[in-house]
Design a protein around this ligand. Structure first.
Ligand SMILES: [Zn+2]
Length: 265
């Protein structure tokens, strides 16, 4: 089947489905131009690169986590600003939205960069399972709440000198006074706040409402680490594939034997 034929088939599957469940991973944001290395990295992080030998934003994030807080937040505020509060260079998300906006759809994503909402997707039809660069949480965490970070990140960005933010801007928990951290799932300290639980509930309700209908599960841009729809779980979410009329299509997929075997079973 040629590329064009595959695209035509995909459009037909979307058209004929009663509802579309979209799973999206990092590959979609990469396709939209959120590249973590090369020119985009050099433009914003050449000073960190010169001193710490960092070559890309992703691995640099781990290095930055071990720096003193003034430097760590100088790094992360730049990172958050360009990957969360700036639009991606390409219109990939808008074009995807144009394809499914008139369908009954739901999006489940491991992406934490807010691109779906920026492109017009209805936030009530989105479930960000792994967090959001735009939210802080207590690092302990002493309570299950998250905090919008735009205002403080903007200040960290504009008030940093060299590679340090002023100590007064280091974010601390309003309840226990310990350091704040990003609301990103990396271990069991991840805060699943009220918004997270509401979205999880909406997703489960969406599946329940569409039981027995012709569903299309469309998985885009996922890799080994963060499959969204086609493994047993992401967080506590499981795909419901027992319905006879369910179709699964994969785009831009980093293939993995484990996943393909599961699909065949
Ligand atoms: Zn706390």
């Amino acid at each position: 089947m040629t590329y064009e034929q595959k695209i035509t088939l995909l459009k037909e599957k979307i058209r004929s489905a009663d509802a579309v469940i979209l799973g999206a991973g990092a590959g979609l944001s990469t396709a939209a131009g959120f590249i973590y290395s090369g020119e985009r990295f050099d433009r914003h992080f050449s000073d960190f690169s010169a001193i710490y030998g960092i070559k890309d934003m992703y691995t640099g994030g781990f290095v930055a986590m071990k720096l003193p807080p003034e430097e760590m937040w100088a790094y992360w505020s730049r990172f958050i600003h360009i990957n969360r509060y700036t639009d991606p260079p390409k219109d990939t998300y808008q074009r995807l939205f144009a394809l499914i906006k008139d369908k009954d759809y739901f999006v489940l994503t491991t992406n934490v960069d807010h691109c779906f909402q920026k492109a017009g997707f209805d936030k009530h039809r989105l479930f960000y399972t792994q967090g959001d660069y735009g939210l802080f949480q207590c690092s302990v965490p002493c309570h299950q709440k998250t905090y919008d970070n735009k205002e403080i990140v903007d200040r960290m960005l504009s008030e940093q000198k060299g590679m340090k933010i002023p100590a007064a801007l280091i974010p601390t928990c309003p309840v226990c006074g310990k350091p704040m951290t990003l609301n990103l799932r990396s271990d069991n300290t991840f805060v699943e706040d009220e918004g997270w639980h509401t979205a999880a509930q909406r997703y489960n309700e969406f599946l329940r409402r569409h039981e027995g209908l012709n569903l299309l599960f469309l998985e885009i841009g996922v890799g080994y680490n963060t499959p969204v729809l086609c493994t047993a779980s992401t967080g506590n979410i499981k795909i419901h594939t027992k319905q006879q009329s369910t179709e699964i299509l994969l785009l831009n997929y980093q293939f993995n034997n484990h996943v393909s075997e599961r699909r065949a079973a």
